[in-house]
Design a protein around this ligand. Sequence first.
Ligand SMILES: [Zn+2]
Length: 458
Amino acid sequence: MQTLLLWLFYISTFYAFIPGMISRLFGYRVFRKGISRTDYCLTFDDGPDPHYTPLLLDLLKRYGAKATFFVVGSHAEQHPEIIKRMHEEGHLIGIHNYVHKTNWLMRPATVRKQIDQTSDIIFAITGERSTYYRPPWGIVNLFDFSKRRQVQIVLWSAMFGDWKEKLGVERLTEKLLAKLGPGEVLLLHDCGTTLGADPNAPEHMLIALERMLEEAKSRGLSSVRIDEMIRAVRSSPVASLSFGKRLLVGLWLGWEKLFQLLFQIKTVSREDPFLHYRLRKYQGHTVHMDNGETLSKGDKVIELHFDNRQLFELGIHSRSTAQLAIRLIRRMEKDLPVLAERIAGDVELAEAKALYGVSMINRGPEKFGFMVLDLPSGLFASSTKFYLSILLSVIHPSGGARLKERSDQLVPKMMLMPVSQLLDQMNHQRPQKPVPQERILEDELALNAELPGATVVH
Ligand SMILES: [Zn+2]
């Protein structure tokens, strides 16, 4: 019996879990997330539902949003008029099996039948065949990979537990707003009759979605169909990178995320990350800064980091180093005033003497008032050079070739700017040191009013 169970475990791992893990980790052979500056995707599973789906279609129409519906074949069969309406209103219809059952428990031939049957139903109603498939619960098995020639498997970049009523409208709205962003593929449900779901959960979904659509409108984001997003990805320069390079970029960005968590790195503009920062103690040699202040070992500095994803995207979309430099300067112009305001409203941050960063992109920072200094030669300088040159060969438009060509210019340098200088430039005052306990309360209102950044939550 034990042996049998063990074998079952091995087989199931091979059949379902490992492919599932691979597809989740590397997005291999499945589509999970797009690349865009302005578009995201709304996808709805399990419908159509005779009550909620028409309400959803009304809502989408009001906002001019296009969505992708992964429909259950048996539901589509019962409500052909809703499928017809989806099609006429410009939404994309995808397949979510004939009955809502996991592929893990079905033989490959049965899965095949589930897909074909649903595809036939959609074809009979709309006259078009769907080639987009989302397996229930996103569980793919090995044979789903082999089917890829016929259907494109689509998963998601964010889901929200919207099938449970107890999540509530407020929490769902919060979660949606936190994930709303370009390239995201959001998964919601327009039917609550699936096993494990609550029948009236879509009611909450509709309210929360309306709030999110309102926010998307104000941020200039629009919802497009999955096929449109996939086309955009295929024509993007990322698609032309080799698999190895894409893997390297993926690992790198994953490492960066981990680094940000471990060292509690904060982000200047969370909706469009470019500069990250953390408060730390300066470890280098004493430096006399331009404004007469001295920076010594142990002084607090605000250490700056570029966002590697943003650098990578700017890099691959730039035709030349000059164009990349211009784009970096534009982004810097956007983030520095925000950072200044943050410092002006944060007593702890304002204790820092200088902004500090080490970068190989050091031909523009003087423009913003940074001093650019050589790193003292030694292990730190050489290891930093090694690290940054790999990074740059990954993100730079012309990659490693460019690096060899002008390696003299690509030397990591230290960039410094006194915090007081940044605050002066942006017309901010350094916040006052904390006042004794009894005065805090009466001064609090006044302080908040004076310093707009004081109420910023990180
Ligand atoms: Zn489902």
